[in-house]
Design a protein around this ligand. Structure first.
Ligand code: GLN
Length: 556
């Protein structure tokens, strides 16, 4: 009898889940620790996807002021998320989909929508278990879509606050269902009070106990502290927190966040996680490219000085750079690639409303105006742009920085006296920057959340332009976040006066890049999109590289 071949399907190894929670206090670098862990598992040959849960009622991060919540990071598919998603993309050198980010608000919104759609079959819909179940559904969907071996989920906030209790409940439910596939890592903080001069473990012990109260037990504790954790304290933490001593990881402060994966490996973090989760041994940790990048950031090279002129820097007595995090990182990656040492200064646009202050800009090799909204600081920005244009200082304008560059040109070169952007002065005679047609009704109906032109769109570049030369390509895909655009009525006049629109949407209706030709200026480029969102340590962004290069070349 002829044997029929039976197809043997090899059993897929189960998907593994790592939850990262924070103990003791916020702001200890949980996101970076999380990104570093994901990087190490990736370096061991696993397919890793990273998720972030933010415990806010805001449905996405787009409606929060950046001085309150840091930069809004837009994913390829258009979701407005938290800056940690940017860290994940940069560390893992990958694009992450919308499903990988959720907030309390978005989870409730889905559950309520399902209830409205009669999807609960007449049952009473309850906070527990229906909210954690929706969280688990999303985690599993993200894992399935990414075909990941490991799904890493960072829970925002600190253990012990009310806000993230339902997410801890989701962890508890998952762990009780498949204990062998779930690991919990607590990123905690160990203070070294000046008055005592000794590292204290008690706050971490208390945080672990609080986590245990939620029915969740840590498998590993990453100890953030000003200095490394010694063996004595590791043993103490191990004993009082029910964690093996090898799973107490030292995470001292570092100057350069990209060194953190390398530091974690000194305590064999990825091997420990491999054991906890019983992950297959795919390969030894391969951090060659990463190490090379880290080394390139340490070499004492020639300095290039870049001024970033923004409006969100000042918060009380503090200067915030988180608001423009991706921009700053993008400058650094390109500088390191060019073997330069970037010195980035954060200048407040407000200061340049007084033109006498513009002389401060003499100290810089390149000027960048990042994205922004509203009236505050725009006079200062316009003055800075005029200075950069006239003095031939390399200028890079991102989104609002592009719109204002076009506006400055309209006012000072095309001599349109009453020119403005509709965002600021809808009654101006010349609305050189106007509201996009699709946005009009949304603004009138106050549909402001998640309704801008968001996410990745293609654009075509003019052959031979500054932009096309930088990209070495005539078609690009970049991420957007805006409501306004260059008003097409003014394009002929602006071009006649020398401005070039070298990047356009495929149907040529939207102006994506404005530039001055090389004969007129060493580098004057404004982009309607946010290239910083796609700049990666191992893959710097070509436009940032062209800008930093031009800045450096003007020094000689
Ligand atoms: N405020 C401008 C707009 O909405 C620019 C936005 C931005 O810089 N992200 O079009």
């Amino acid at each position: 009898m002829k044997k029929t071949k039976t197809k043997t399907t090899a059993k897929q190894p189960a998907q593994k889940y790592i939850f990262i929670v924070g103990g003791v206090m916020s702001g200890v670098g949980k996101g970076i620790a999380s990104s570093s862990i994901a990087t190490l598992l990736q370096a061991r040959g696993h397919k890793v996807t990273a998720m972030k849960i933010d415990p806010y009622i805001n449905v996405d991060a787009g409606t929060m002021n950046p001085t309150v919540h840091g930069e809004t990071f837009v994913l390829k598919d258009g979701l407005e998320t938290d800056q940690d998603m940017g860290n994940y993309e940069r560390f893992l050198n990958t694009d992450l989909p919308n499903i990988n980010y959720m907030t309390t608000g978005s989870v409730y919104q889905s559950v309520i929508q399902k209830e409205r759609n009669l999807e609960y079959n007449g049952l009473c819909v309850e906070v527990v278990p229906d909210i954690p179940l929706e969280v688990i559904r999303r985690i599993k969907q993200a894992g399935a879509e990414a075909k990941a071996d490991v799904v890493q989920v960072e829970v925002g906030g600190t253990v012990g606050e009310y806000q993230n209790v339902l997410f801890l409940e989701a962890i508890r439910m998952m762990k009780s269902e498949e204990p062998e596939n779930v690991a919990v890592v607590m990123v905690s903080y160990l203070p070294v009070p000046g008055s005592i001069g000794e590292m204290k473990t008690k706050p971490t012990q208390t945080a672990v106990r609080t986590l245990n109260n939620a029915g969740v037990f840590a498998d590993m504790i990453v100890c953030r502290s000003p200095i490394g954790v010694d063996d004595k304290r590791k043993e103490k933490i191990s004993k009082f927190c029910n964690v093996k001593v090898e799973n107490v990881i030292s995470a001292p402060d570092v100057k350069n966040i990209y060194e953190i994966p390398l530091n974690f490996e000194e305590d064999k973090l990825s091997l420990q996680l491999t054991e906890i989760l019983n992950l297959p041994m795919k390969q030894a940790v391969d951090l060659k490219a990463w190490r090379q990048f880290v080394n390139s950031s340490k070499v004492e090279n020639d300095v290039v000085k870049i001024a970033v002129v923004g409006k969100y820097f000042n918060s009380g007595d503090f200067v915030l750079s988180d608001v423009y995090l991706s921009v700053l990182e993008a400058i650094k990656f390109s500088a390191y690639k060019l073997k330069l040492k970037p010195v980035i200064s954060y200048l407040s646009a407000h200061d340049f409303e007084d033109k006498a202050q513009l002389k401060k800009l003499k100290n810089y090799d390149g000027i960048l105006v990042p994205g922004g909204f509203g009236k505050t600081g725009i006079e200062g920005k316009l003055n800075v742009i005029e200075y950069a244009r006239k003095n031939k200082v390399p200028y890079f304008g991102l989104c609002y920085g592009m719109q204002l560059a076009v506006l400055e040109y309209a006012q000072n070169v095309a001599k349109l006296k009453d020119a403005s952007t509709e965002e600021i002065n809808p009654n101006a005679e010349h609305l050189v920057i106007g509201v996009m047609a699709e946005q009009k009704d949304k603004i009138a109906n106050k549909e402001m959340g998640g309704s801008m032109r968001l996410g990745q769109y293609p654009a075509n570049l003019t052959k031979g332009s500054v932009a096309a030369k930088a990209y070495k390509s005539q078609s690009i895909l970049e991420r957007h976040r805006h409501r306004y655009e260059v008003n097409p009525e003014y394009i002929p006049l602006l071009e006649e006066k020398g401005l070039r629109f070298s990047g356009k949407s495929p149907d040529s209706t939207l102006m994506e890049i404005a530039e001055l030709p090389l004969e007129d200026h060493p580098f004057f480029v404004g982009v309607q999109f946010h290239p910083e969102l796609q700049a990666r340590p191992l893959d710097p962004h070509p436009l940032f590289t062209a800008f930093v290069k031009a800045a450096y070349e003007t020094i000689k």
